[in-house]
Each structure stands twice: as C-alpha cells, then as structure tokens.
Design a binder for this molecule. Sequence first.
Ligand code: BTN
Length: 252
Amino acid sequence: MTTVVGREVRHLHECDSTNRVLLQLAAEGAREGLVVVADVQTAGRGRRGRTWTAPAGTSLLCSVLLRPSMPRRTWSLLSLAAGVAVHRLATSLLPSAEVALKWPNDLLIDGVKAAGILMELAADAVVLGIGLNVDWRGVQRPPDLQATSLAEHGAEVSVADATAALLPLLDEAYRTVQDDPAAVLGDYLPRCGTLGREVRVHRAAGDGEALRGTAVALTPDGHLQVRDASGVTTDVQAGDVEHLRDDLAGDA
Ligand code: BTN
C-alpha cells in the first residue's frame, strides 16, 4: 500500500501559517502528500477568517497537500474524513473520555474544542490544516476562548508523537475518501455529536442571519441538513455550528 500523506514532511520551527506556506508550495507544483509541520505559527488561520493561536510547543500544527481526483462537489468529504482521523487519534489516547466531532470537523472533548481543521482550496489542490491542542496545562486562555487539550484529559503524548501517529490515520482517511466515498459517512456518523441536536448555524458572510433548528441528517456529500421550527429543511454546505444546550432549545 503506497503512503501518500506524509511521504514528505517539512518541519519548520516557526512560520506564519502552515496552510499559507503549503498553498504557496502547491502553487509551485509540490507533490500531493507533502506535509508542513510547525512548532509555532505567528499568523495561524482559523475558519471564517479567525486566527488560530497556540503557544510554541503545545500543539500539533500541520497542513497536508492533496490533489484529489474525485469530483469537486465531493471535496467536502475530505474535511469530514480528516475529522475522523483526528477523532481516531484522540480516542486512541483517551479511551474513556467523551470525544466527538462537531460538524464539520471540530474535535470536542467533554464538549470543549481541542482541535480544528481548516480546508483551503487552490486551483487543483486542497490544503487541510489541522490544529490539535496537545498539552495546554498551564496555558492562560483569554476569557472568550473555550479550549482544552489532550493532556488536560490525561493523555501522555508529545506533540512529535501525536503528529507521527496522525499522519498514517490521515493517509488511511484519504484512501477511503477516494476509493469509497460513502464509507466516509459510515466512519463519520457515529463520531458526530451534532446530529439530533438543536443548533445555531452561522453560514458564510452575506448568507443572512444564523439558522436555528435541529440537525437532522447529512447529505451524501457531507452537507448538514437543519430543520427549523416551521419544518423547513436547509442544506448547509459550510458554516459554523453552535450546539445549543437542551434547556435553550425553546428559546427565540
Ligand atoms: C478552526 O478554526 O477550527 C480551524 C483551525 C485550523 C488551524 C490549523 S493550525 C495548522 C494549520 N495552519 C493554519 O494556519 N491553520 C491550520
């Protein structure tokens, strides 16, 4: 079996953003499977234009270059498959914790975010950037940042070992999504904590106000379907999901 993800790994001590670096390398013709890893980022990118901040040495920060041959409308499955890989890693380290994916691919441990994935597209390439908090013990967090890490739940793993363990899981996930896209949803659904929940979904800027309702299903391409109080179901291709507490479910 040929390894694709991680057949070449470039380790940087510091960069602005591993996604930015890899998008540049992609434009210069880099081969798919190239991974860029950093100890620290000075301008880490999060979803919806947010920044992603992690003190040096506390977190797994990496980006993977893919050049998928599958139809472009199915590329969103790549982001779900990467979430499955991160979930597999976390549960292998924390077999007793409550680990779940918030659609599309935030990793939650006991309901608090420990990892995020940013998928960025270039002409014929995809860059999947993964930030996983490995050991944030003693890290001061701003009051508005709800974040946890593997070590705070008892996992004893170094950033280097976590990275080395994740790459083969990402490779396996990439093989699955290309060979048998339907199997990705089979892997994803039991790990997803969003389905059946009351949610608020913030879609892309300009897409109107947040959508509120029950997350009822995923489409074959991995879009989230949300049914509102009047019974209308909306297909969400991309967005930020808030899991609403059950006691807020009846709120306006
Ligand atoms: C999110 O907002 O949840 C996605 C965060 C993705 C962060 C990672 S860290 C490594 C890679 N490089 C970046 O600039 N962002 C991603």
